[in-house]
Design a protein around this ligand. Structure first.
Ligand SMILES: C[S@@+](CC[C@H](N)C(=O)[O-])C[C@H]1O[C@@H](n2cnc3c(N)ncnc32)[C@H](O)[C@@H]1O
Length: 211
């Protein structure tokens, strides 16, 4: 079975079993960054939510007036996203795309080159970063948040237990090497308290495409 098909089945099983059912709130990092007026792309512009899962961030962006392309490999996650969007009355502002982001032919996004905002939250695909800068409209913003490897093994961290799904310190920053011209607006690594009170080690960046 191809790796991505195995991933699709794994994530479908997780979502069917109720994974993240209580995580309908948007990413705290996204909310915080959109609150900073200088970073706010114009409402009404296109946003791309990569590995959108059950749609919490896509729905939040639609509620803020964005038109959203939401992409994930899990059709079960996407169906949950659609239900959440309907409950929130924003289903008309989100298009759901079942795509494999590890597959080059699936990276031809519907509004490539026109996105005012792109999100990649808690999905590790550092090799995509230069392509994502390219997918932004001039001046558009890319926001990335990933779990981070943390040296203190005693800490009980939320997120993946396997280091394979965590970035090494500095790795996110290095992923932008070779990307088209961009400005780093935010770059931070550290420990954060999650809404459920658990602790997460995260790296977070916001970059703006030249233009
Ligand atoms: C930890 S969840 C994060 C979901 C969402 N970004 C959020 O913050 O709520 C990771 C997501 O990556 C998706 N995923 C895994 N492999 C993928 C692939 N090859 N292509 C697209 N999505 C993938 C999974 O289906 C899952 O929804």
């Amino acid at each position: 079975m191809p790796v991505s098909e195995a991933d699709r089945q794994k994530w479908n099983q997780r979502y069917t079993a109720g994974a993240y059912a209580d995580r309908t709130h948007a990413s705290a990092f996204l909310v915080e960054q959109l609150d900073r007026q200088s970073l706010l792309p114009a409402a009404g512009c296109w946003a791309l939510d990569l590995a959108c899962g059950a749609g919490r961030n896509s729905v939040f962006l639609a509620e803020q007036g964005f038109r959203v392309d939401a992409v994930d490999i899990s059709d079960v996650g996407l169906a949950r996203g659609l239900t959440l969007a309907q409950q929130c009355g924003v289903e008309g502002n989100i298009t759901w795309h079942c795509r494999d982001l590890q597959s080059p032919q699936d990276l031809d996004f519907a509004h490539h080159g026109s996105y005012g905002l792109i999100l990649m939250v808690r999905f590790v695909a550092g090799h995509l970063l230069p392509h994502l800068i390219d997918a932004l409209t001039p001046g558009g913003v890319l926001l990335v948040e990933e779990h981070l490897q943390w040296p203190d093994g005693e800490l009980d961290l939320s997120g993946p237990s396997s280091g394979r799904f965590r970035l090494r310190p500095g790795e996110l920053r290095r992923g932008f090497t070779g990307a088209d011209a961009h400005e780093v607006l935010f770059d931070e690594e550290g420990l954060y308290t999650e809404p459920d009170g658990s602790t997460a080690a995260l790296c977070r960046m916001v970059v703006r495409a030249a233009g």
